[in-house]
Design a protein around this ligand. Structure first.
Ligand code: GP9
Ligand code: MN
Length: 685
């Protein structure tokens, strides 16, 4: 036994021994912090494994730097590197406690505008036990100072140090490969900081955050007020007016937007085994007071839901790569719908049953001026309440109603559903609806989760009717993007009852619903061609908000003489006449390939030019943060630090509002609920 101790101490008295000890202790404590301080949503063997090993490559790389040096310096360098890395863990533990998100360099660099109120309350958020992360560093220092571990002054061979560096990079590569296999698009789509840490580790996340912040700063620094001129010039030429028959007809009403996850237009009136998939939505679609659009397309790229949200509330396109919300949501200046309406007496709130960090909503929503963000923290969760990304839709709507009825009216709200999300998982107890039988496992359960979403919407609709919201609100429904990707051609062909699927069919498959309902409004099916970029100007028209000077790329779907060219994010486009995919042109009516004549060629070139300009100018606005140079008439810039979406704060704010602005459904009803929420969710029985 004592022999073993001797041998071990002898090893520790070498440079390499001390190095390994440092790495092991550091990795163990990082793993403990992962498990105790953060909620990373680790699921399955691969993720568990990656979480356990992900501190190793960066630890080898960073501590390995010290191996290139000699003598005592090696030891103190390792201690210093340890201190820096540990302080990064420490800062994140504290930050995460407040924001359920990791610190980004954008936040650190940002001055007053971006900061998250952290300074004020830092002393209150730190727990004395947080300092335990420094324990191993203190221990190593004591061992060195007390000469329990003796300094080995023999030089460590350079080539061994180099081998360590190479090994570290190789491990990092392998780790990235595994992570990307489990979650593709990890770095390109950048959904969530939690994911980067879960898969790659805190240090890799730090490096990525530095890279991203640098990239953003560079484009930001190059941009200047002059860039805005070309944008304004374009908008001046392309802006269409409002429709005077509709302008302001819904002024002062509540706005309730329901974001239908992955919901495609083909589901409307679609039947499986003779049964309607979405009977409630179908009825709503046909309602005499619903304006429904049947040539309305999603225009998202990699940012998926976040692109849809960006267009919906800013009328700016998502970016060609990645997500504008995650990359620019924190720092940029926006003139978004929540802020615009907030400044006209509205209360604004977003509801979503997933973690607040996903798509960087927690930061972006502040930039957009949301007063409240009811994220998963606000919903009671039991294991069977969630599926896939988060809360099941029926429970989500039921619990959202609790908050909705407390919001001062008029309010502008957005409820983002979740259950109808790839891979369309649904518990047995939540469905008795038949799956389709294409034989494609990803596609077949899609109608089941869509049916569940429809039932959830039906229950919420009943609640709106009984509580009175149905009458005094403008209710907007839209599908964010496709649910079935283009990789499933044979299954799509079967669903649509076609022999073969062409690129034209796939383009038409990008249709998503848009329905706008208001009591007394004249409804009907509107065939105008449009997309997500056009929703905001349409809503502002109905609400009577003059938006002649906004930097928005869409145009009012109700306006006469509007351009009906719908841009896809990759530059392809659809007009009532042509569908242009790559270099092929189809006839929109028949789907036949056209060999354009000279006149058509000219027209198509013009349309293409229009599409390319609007996409690139919109990118310039976001990448150059051009709205910081733009004073929109009557618009006060958003003070991001005013908002705090933490549960305790939100609840306090809501409570205070009942007195200061007693216009909520409940406040008007002497603090009592106006309707009981009825749901058949078996989990709640
Ligand atoms: C997650 C949800 C899904 O919170 O909004 O986003 P998506 O994968 O559809 O882009
Ligand atoms: Mn989505």
């Amino acid at each position: 036994m004592s022999d073993l101790v001797k041998r071990t101490t002898a090893k520790l008295n070498t440079v390499f021994g001390f190095f390994i000890l440092t790495v092991v202790l550091f990795c163990i404590k990082t793993y403990i912090a992962y498990q105790t301080e953060f909620s990373l949503g680790v699921k399955g063997g691969v993720q568990q494994f990656l979480l356990a090993v992900n501190p190793i490559p960066a630890a080898l790389l960073l501590f390995g730097i010290a191996l290139y040096f000699r003598g005592r310096l090696v030891y103190w360098l390792m201690i210093l590197i340890n201190l820096i890395q540990t302080s990064w863990i420490f800062a994140n533990i504290v930050y995460y406690r407040e924001f359920s998100d990791f610190m980004s360099f954008g936040v650190i660099k940002g001055s007053g505008n971006v900061q998250n109120n952290l300074g004020k309350s830092i002393a209150q958020i730190i727990h004395p036990t947080d300092f335990l992360v420094y324990l191993d560093v203190v221990l190593l220092i004591i061992l060195l100072l007390a000469h329990v571990i003796r300094v080995d002054s023999r030089p460590f061979k350079r080539r061994y140090a180099f081998t360590m560096t190479v090994l570290a990079f190789s491990l990092m590569g392998a780790e990235y490969g595994m992570a990307n296999a489990d979650r593709s698009g990890l770095l390109t789509r950048t959904f969530d900081n939690n994911y980067l840490v879960k898969y790659l580790g805190l240090n890799e996340y730090a490096a990525f955050s530095v890279y991203q912040t640098q990239k953003q700063s560079a484009t930001r620094a190059h941009a200047n007020a002059g860039d805005l001129q070309s944008v304004q010039k374009y908008l001046k030429h392309n802006r269409v007016g409002d429709n005077s028959a509709y302008f302001g007809t819904e002024k002062g009403k509540n706005v309730i937007i329901i974001h239908l996850e992955s919901f495609q237009q083909f589901l409307i009136n679609y039947k499986v085994d003779g049964k309607e998939v979405t009977p409630n939505l179908n009825k709503f679609y046909k309602d005499q007071h619903t304006m429904s659009f049947d040539n309305f397309y999603n225009q998202v790229a990699q940012g998926k839901t976040s692109d849809a949200e960006m267009m919906l509330e800013n009328s700016l396109f998502g970016l060609p790569q990645g997500s504008a919300m995650t990359e620019y949501g924190t720092q940029n200046t926006f003139q978004a719908a929540p802020a615009m309406l907030d400044q006209r007496g509205y209360t604004s709130a977003a509801f979503h049953g997933d973690v607040p960090s996903f798509w960087n909503r927690d930061n972006t929503y502040k930039s957009w001026g949301y007063d409240y963000f009811f994220s998963s923290q606000y919903y009671k969760e039991k294991p069977n309440y969630t599926v896939g990304y988060g809360l099941k839709d029926k429970i989500f709507f039921r619990d959202s109603a609790k908050y909705l009825q407390q919001l001062p009216q008029p309010f502008y709200t957005k409820l983002i559903t979740l259950t109808n999300h790839y891979p369309y998982e649904i518990d047995k107890q939540n469905t008795d609806f038949p799956a389709t039988k294409t034989g494609d496992k990803t596609v077949d359960p899609y109608v089941q989760t869509a049916h569940y979403l429809d039932e959830a919407f039906g229950e919420f609709l009943t609640y709106m009717k009984e509580s009175g919201l149905y009458k005094n609100s403008m209710i907007v429904l839209y599908g964010d993007h496709y649910g079935i990707s283009n990789n499933h051609r044979p299954a799509i062909a079967q669903l649509l009852g076609k022999k073969k699927i062409t690129n034209y069919d796939l383009a038409q498959f990008q249709k998503v619903p848009l329905m706008i309902h208001a009591d007394g409004m004249k409804g009907g099916i509107n065939h105008t061609y449009g997309g997500e970029i056009d929703v905001l100007p349409t809503l502002m028209d109905l609400l009577g908000v003059k938006d002649d000077h906004t930097i928005q790329f869409g145009n009012d779907l109700l306006a006469k003489n509007r351009s009906q060219t719908v841009a896809f994010r990759n530059g392809d486009f659809i007009t009532p006449q042509f569908v242009k995919i790559g270099s092929t042109v189809y006839d929109t009516k028949t789907g036949a390939i056209i060999e354009p004549n000279a006149a058509q060629k000219k027209l198509i070139a013009q349309e293409q030019n229009h599409v390319t300009s609007e996409l690139s100018l919109s990118d310039r606005v976001i990448q150059g943060d051009l709205l910081r140079f733009y004073q929109l008439k009557g618009f006060k810039s958003v003070n991001k630090s005013k908002f705090n979406y933490k549960y305790a704060n939100g609840m306090q704010q809501l409570k205070a509002a009942q007195k200061s602005e007693p216009t909520s459904l409940m406040a008007k009803n002497h603090g009592k609920v106006t309707a009981d929420y009825k749901t058949d969710a078996p989990e709640l029985k």
